[in-house]
Design a protein around this ligand. Structure first.
Ligand SMILES: [Mg+2]
Length: 380
């Protein structure tokens, strides 16, 4: 079996959130958008898919490298792609991750197995936390939303409070300075409302200075929060080393540090976080799986960032002692359950009544692509 083609299928669709000039959006009306699916085909008629894709990158960087190769040689190809991400012409880690996901999907479709079984199945469901959209409004909005999530069955709730947003003017604002005092008002109100038996986390999305992160972390310890995620910009490791040393609450990072598995191994070695964090846009399923195994060897948790098909499969293959939670969201009042996107049937993360996401056992990533929708909306 040889890779015979790599296509980026582009189509019109819609989305609801919208960004501001500071880069983190607020809820908005439905508006037109473009999306893509990357398809890797083989000479014997097999195919694998991943959501997203950049046509120019595939044509210029990926196709010359992968055409004619055996798509089941994922480890060899991952190492080739890793070399491309480290030098010019530079391949973005995001695009590398996407190609890796499509290769895993192909392997799953060829064998008829879900990726969690290819990796080595560990569980058929995983605890989820309700992950809020940011900038929902004043603390009482978060309180009402947290109670609705608890009612829905969630056992854990992660707050994104005020990010690139001034809660006093209700207007976009730069990432720094953040609003630690106002963020804590949300955290206090939610803890008081949901009681002690709900797991709570805060993700300030890198808006604090070290001193602010220290202060917020100490206050969250009093409120019995489980983790403080990505509190500062992640291109500087030293403040994280100091923060993790000073606080007893777990620091969960880095979400956005470039370098995938390799930079995260450095974070681990430096004691810059208590729980590591990654996602498929930093090295694909292969890169995530390697980091999960490194973390397991060191007895540390690796909490995956974001919802999604690939993450559900990775979590189905990882023990709860290493990867505890699935991030379900981003959610907002009246939207406590994610809806299917128009070009796919189903969602990656159906929730049972106990707050667990049930892992898809369909082959590969588990995608059920609505080709009628894509054909109708295709951009030629
Ligand atoms: Mg985060």
């Amino acid at each position: 079996m040889k890779i015979s083609d790599i296509e980026v299928i582009e189509f019109r669709t819609w989305k609801t959130g919208h960004g501001t000039r500071w880069g983190y959006g607020v809820e908005g009306k439905r508006r037109p958008s473009r999306n893509a699916i990357t398809k890797i085909s083989t000479d014997d008629g097999a195919a694998g898919y991943a959501l997203g894709g950049n046509r120019a990158v595939m044509e210029q960087l990926i196709k010359p490298l992968l055409l004619g190769e055996d798509p089941l040689d994922r480890e060899k190809l991952w190492n080739w792609l890793d070399q491309l991400t480290s030098r010019g012409p530079k391949l973005a880690e995001r695009d590398m991750g996407l190609v890796d996901c499509a290769l895993w999907d192909l392997a799953g479709r060829v064998t008829g197995l879900p990726i969690n079984k290819l990796l080595g199945g560990a569980r058929d469901k995983v605890k989820a936390y309700a992950s809020t959209a940011p900038n929902l409004g004043p603390p009482e909005v978060y309180v009402e939303h947290a109670l609705a999530c608890k009612q829905r069955g969630y056992k854990a709730y992660k707050i994104h409070a005020y990010i690139c947003w001034n809660p006093h003017t209700a207007q976009p604002a730069p990432q720094l300075p953040g609003f630690p005092r106002e963020d804590l008002e949300v955290c206090r109100a939610v803890r008081e409302a949901v009681g002690d038996d709900m797991v709570l986390m805060l993700d300030p999305y890198g808006v604090y200075t070290l001193e602010e992160a220290l202060w917020v972390g100490r206050e969250l310890e009093k409120l019995n929060f489980y983790w403080l995620e990505h509190p500062m910009i992640e291109t500087r490791m030293e403040p994280y080393r100091r923060l993790a040393r000073e606080l007893s609450i777990a620091i969960c990072s880095p979400e956005h540090a470039p370098g995938g598995l390799f930079s995260r191994a450095e974070w681990l070695l430096q004691g810059a976080a208590d729980m590591l964090r990654t996602d498929i846009y930093y090295g694909g399923i292969t890169g995530c799986w390697k980091l999960i195994n490194v973390c397991q060897a060191f007895g540390l948790q690796c909490e995956l960032h974001m919802s999604g098909w690939a993450h559900a499969q990775l979590l189905g293959a990882a023990p709860a002692s290493t990867c505890e939670y699935y991030e379900r969201g981003l959610l907002s009042p009246g939207k406590d359950d994610p809806q299917a996107v128009p070009y796919l049937r189903g969602i990656p993360d159906p929730l049972d009544d106990e707050g667990n996401v049930v892992i898809s056992q369909r082959p590969g990533l588990g995608l059920d692509i609505d080709w009628d929708y894509i054909t109708e909306h295709r951009i030629r």
